[in-house]
Design a protein around this ligand. Structure first.
Ligand SMILES: Cc1ncc(COP(=O)(O)O)c(C=O)c1O
Length: 464
């Protein structure tokens, strides 16, 4: 009886969701038919659905539950702050304790002189704020013609009107939307796997840096405002750029007086073993840095755009000017309290030392899947990984879109109790940073079985 009640409730929730919750990235046709997997509980590196089935979460919520699920201390910090003061106006000249503490902490953790923090509700709106600051800064210093932004083709920076334009993912360019920003330009993805035949990694790096310079020259050096990049491209297929790529672009930014914006929404807060990747992995000091996700480990929505003393000090103190940007929930005290506790845990547990130790083992186990037929590439760094499937390993020819191989493999993994993310012909992985070696083994073993099941199915359907 109790079981039936539970079952009926699960069905009811599934149906309410299907009828009323319009999800990010809705595919109306299949959603109306299949609805959603309803997740209901989580602990450690595992999530449990409403029917009680447990899964190892290979995607850390969505590249964000870095500290893992079930952190009572974060829950307590959230409750304590909500009880004490859930909210107060952050505009102009009132603030709250957690926001002030967190801004100072971020100034300490971010590289170099990034000491000034604009809070937002997530990664997209933090990128929006960074963009508005870049615009304001260039005009404020008398360079209104500096309005062009150079981003990359497979980049993902969010889903507001602006950040959808800043993003370059071809699969997301939708004819039903207007992309109105004529000042945003996309250059090549640093995709080592699909680099031109016969080009070494070093030559490819030079080629990409040259392409950046050519774009600057084509637009007019005095009209380029900023370069926007994820240190390791995430949703666009986990592309770790070639060595020297970012240092090359940084020196051109210096040469042409262009700002360097690092979108560390995914790479920040330990995913690749450091607080931030741009300086610690790639040796580049950005002018602005955007973060979200791991900032609170997903316990609360929060994003931040952090910028340099150099920009801050140059902003004109003209008494008639306002930088009118920000949101009701900028620096929300409950979200900032969650972030502070999350950061405290990361520091206390030396979580990133664990990432630096176990992350390479995770990658090694995934690299072992290269011997599976139709696995073309396995790439990434630490707890940020991607598997690319191809119709032909020799020519790297992609599967037709209709094969939807990433989704087939993720469905097969889900049956076996593992969540991985399908992105077209890719599977993307970004587990909680607490993952153990044994759990790395489980991910690799389950993936191998799932791939074999899918390949057998494709073979019996005559697709391969
Ligand atoms: C690199 C990057 N920037 C920005 C965003 C957008 O963040 P949000 O979904 O919190 O708005 C994402 C989301 O996945 C991201 O991966």
């Amino acid at each position: 009886m109790a079981h039936n009640l539970q079952h009926n409730y699960a069905q009811e929730v599934w149906d309410k969701d299907r009828q009323h919750f319009v999800h990010p990235w809705t595919h109306f046709e299949s959603f109306g038919r299949d609805g959603s997997l309803v997740m209901n509980e989580a602990k450690g590196a595992y999530v449990t659905d409403i029917n009680g089935k447990r899964y190892l979460d290979g995607i850390g919520g969505l590249w964000c539950v870095n500290a893992g699920y079930g952190r009572e201390e974060i829950v307590e910090a959230i409750a304590a702050q909500a009880r004490k003061m859930p909210f107060f106006n952050p505009f102009v000249d009132t603030t709250n304790v957690p926001a002030a503490e967190l801004a100072a902490k971020l100034a300490e953790l971010t590289p170099g002189d990034l000491n000034h923090v604009m809070f937002a509700g997530g990664g997209s709106t933090a990128n929006d704020s960074a963009y508005r600051l870049v615009q304001y800064y260039q005009r404020d210093r008398g360079k209104p013609e500096k309005r062009h932004i150079i981003a990359r083709k497979e980049a993902y920076h969010g889903s507001t009107d602006l950040t959808a334009g800043l993003s370059g993912k071809t699969a997301d360019r939708n004819p039903n939307f207007e992309y109105t920003h004529d000042n945003i330009h996309h250059i090549s993805t640093p995709d080592l796997y699909r680099r031109p035949d016969g080009m070494s990694e070093e030559e490819f790096s030079d080629f990409l840096v040259d392409e950046f310079e050519q774009k600057v020259v084509e637009l007019g050096p005095d009209s380029v405002s900023a370069f926007w990049a994820e240190p390791i491209m995430g949703a666009g297929g986990v592309h770790v750029p070639p060595h020297k790529y970012f240092t090359g672009i940084r020196s051109l930014c210096d040469k042409y007086d262009i700002l360097f914006v690092a979108d560390e929404v995914v790479t920040g807060f330990g995913r690749v073993g450091h607080w931030f990747a741009v300086k610690d992995m790639f040796g580049v000091q950005p002018d602005l840095l955007v973060c979200a996700k791991g900032l609170t480990s997903g316990y609360q929505p929060l994003g931040a755009a952090i910028f340099s003393d150099r920009i801050y000090d140059s902003l004109n103190a003209n008494p008639d000017k306002w930088f009118n940007n920000g949101f009701t929930y900028s620096g929300h005290p409950v979200a900032c309290a969650a972030a502070l506790k999350n950061i405290e845990i990361m520091e206390r547990e030396a979580l990133f030392a664990h990432v630096r130790e176990v992350g390479p083992y995770f990658m090694e186990r995934l690299q072992g899947l290269r011997d599976v037929a139709h696995v073309g590439d396995v790439r990434g760094s630490h707890f940020m990984a991607c598997i690319e499937y191809v119709a032909d390993k020799e020519t790297k020819e992609a599967f037709p879109y209709s094969v939807n191989i990433g989704k087939r493999v993720s469905n097969a993994a889900e049956k076996r109790g593992l969540i991985v993310r399908p992105v077209g012909h890719l599977n993307v992985l970004s587990p909680c940073l607490i993952l153990t070696r044994e759990q790395c083994d489980t991910v690799a073993d389950v993936l191998r079985d799932s791939m074999n099941e899918v390949l057998a199915e494709l073979s019996s359907d005559g697709i391969i």
